[in-house]
Design a protein. Structure first.
Length: 253
């Protein structure tokens, strides 16, 4: 217990002056929204680091700032204050055109809803995303990575919920992204299917070297993370490094 506390305190200091930055770093990041005369801080002076080749879980209840953090990571929003760096590049300061290219080439998104084109096969849905980036995987490679090689020619209507979500993961993966962002990807699935889908995420990090970030309210997945970041009221509540993550198959969802 003492060793765990020591690791947690060490990680909480990562954002301080002189600390080594991760592949992804937030420094003093604030995102404020206004509604009339009311100011709402969705994120409040956040410092954090995320590494490549690791599975990071961002955990918190509704309203904690999880989705805001994900939108900032994905270049879909900009901070009100602070700096976000990815691979040493200050993406928070990029002009709109370069930010669009960042989303296109560097980011893979996996959402709760699959958003597959119903008239295209699994292969075609995945292959269509490969044209967006300069160094894609093949659709066959991406489908093989999620265990759906034999379902490549099936339409979405012929696939189960778990298979549909695996196609959406393959669609994100085919871009060969530096950063794979997953927003509650199993919220609509049963626990058995959820576990099968979630088990893919740590393997994506280790196999392809991507930084894989899962945003969720489900604390049960925490033991499977290499790094666990807890958010509360728009601030970092705690950060914990796990040197021996539990295989997702052993997690009780």
């Amino acid at each position: 217990m003492r060793d765990e506390l020591r690791r947690e305190l060490r990680l909480l200091g990562n954002g301080r002056e002189g600390a080594t930055m991760g592949y992804i770093s937030f420094r003093n990041v604030t995102r404020e929204y206004r509604s009339g005369n009311i100011r709402i801080k969705a994120l409040d002076d956040v410092d954090l680091d995320i590494e490549k080749g690791a599975f990071t879980v961002v955990l918190g209840p509704s309203g904690s700032g999880k989705s805001t953090l994900l939108n900032l990571l994905g270049g879909m929003d900009r901070p009100t204050a602070g700096t976000i760096r990815v691979g040493g590049r200050a993406v928070s300061d990029l002009p709109e055109r370069e930010l669009t290219l960042y989303r296109r080439h560097d980011i893979g998104f996996v959402f709760q809803f699959y958003n597959l084109i119903p008239t295209l096969t699994a292969y075609e849905n995945v292959d269509m995303a490969s044209v967006l980036t300069e160094s894609p995987l093949t659709a066959d490679e991406a489908l093989e990575a999620v265990g759906l090689s034999t379902r490549a020619n099936n339409l979405p209507s012929q696939l189960s919920g778990g298979e549909l979500q695996r196609v959406s993961i393959a669609r994100a993966l085919v871009k060969n992204p530096q950063l794979l962002l997953c927003d509650e990807p199993t919220a609509a699935l049963d626990s058995v299917t959820s576990k099968k889908v979630l088990a893919l995420l740590p393997s994506m990090a280790s196999r392809f070297g991507s930084a894989v970030v899962l945003v969720t309210h489900n604390a049960a997945v925490a033991p499977a993370a290499h790094r666990l970041i807890r958010l509360k009221d728009g601030r970092i509540d705690s950060v914990f490094d796990n040197d021996a993550p539990v295989p997702m198959e052993e997690v009780a969802l």
